[in-house]
Ligand binder design. Structure first.
Ligand SMILES: [Zn+2]
Length: 268
């Protein structure tokens, strides 16, 4: 089925009903508005996730994919020490996810994928995915870099061959999706953990709390070697993520997802 637009928000109500009847998978990009050092824009995470989602929607013939744009903010308290970050509280973020899922399901869609572009959203999204599944409303969620872990390790050349923050990976992706927002001359190679040492990252991480450490105000706000970023690396990683997401949507469309609440009495 060919849609006038892949963006849920741009369609008219009867077009949404037709997409539902055609078995569309709803992909919901989610990211953040937060500092990304001196060289990347605040919307890096939501832009990356949205562009990967739209790329998959254009690529996938079957199933059709709709991309619902719901928010440009996420859970980013650990970036508040740098100007520009706008964060939801945990309960606001999880309530947002819940209300969106309930709304989308209300219109008859059952296959919902959240595509995340921000590390701080991982723990709350994972918690929500567990809770919603237990209530008979299963959702799928991935961070777009989860889809391309081996390509990231193979492609990056700097000291840190993982996602990091505003480093080689994200800077390359931005050089591909919106180069005019990148100030490459301000990019740095940051190896020093940017946490405030008084937050005792060493102790907190042992206990499983990965993100309470705050990017301290005197840090660069970067983790990784942004100077090694390139448009070519960004294009390659972006295109891999797009095709993997389209493949995930196909598997989700074909899967028979269990939809029973563990909190309700079974039928006698
Ligand atoms: Zn980011």
């Amino acid at each position: 089925m060919k849609f006038r637009s892949h963006v849920w928000n741009e369609l008219r109500s009867p077009e949404i009903a037709a997409a539902r009847d055609a078995g569309a998978v709803v992909v919901i990009p989610i990211g953040a508005t937060e500092q990304h050092g001196a060289h990347l824009p605040l919307d890096t995470d939501v832009l990356s996730a949205t562009r990967v989602a739209l790329g998959a929607a254009e690529l996938s013939k079957e199933p059709p994919i709709l991309v619902a744009k719901i928010a440009s903010v996420g859970f980013s308290p650990h970036h508040m020490m740098h100007p520009g970050t706008i964060s939801l509280r945990m309960e606001t973020f999880t309530a947002l996810v819940r209300d969106v899922v309930v709304s989308v399901r209300r219109h008859g869609f059952r296959k919902i994928i959240f595509v995340n572009g921000h590390g701080g959203n991982v723990a709350p999204l994972s918690a929500m995915a567990h809770e919603l599944a237990a209530e008979g409303m299963p959702i799928v969620f991935c961070s777009y870099w989860d889809l391309i872990r081996s390509e990231i390790a193979e492609t990056l050349e700097g000291s840190r061959k993982t996602v990091g923050h505003a480093g080689e990976f994200e800077t390359s992706v931005l050089l591909h999706v919106r180069p005019e927002g990148v100030r490459l001359e301000a990019a740095v190679d940051e190896r020093r953990p940017p946490w405030n040492p008084r937050l005792r990252h060493d102790v907190l991480v042992e206990a499983g709390a990965v993100f309470p450490p705050i990017f301290s105000s005197d840090s660069t706000g970067v983790l990784g070697d942004a100077r090694r970023a390139s448009t070519e690396k960004g294009r390659k990683l972006f295109e891999s993520a797009v095709s993997r997401l389209a493949d995930l949507a196909r598997r989700v469309a074909e899967a028979d997802l269990f939809e029973a609440s563990v909190w309700e009495e079974p039928e006698p």
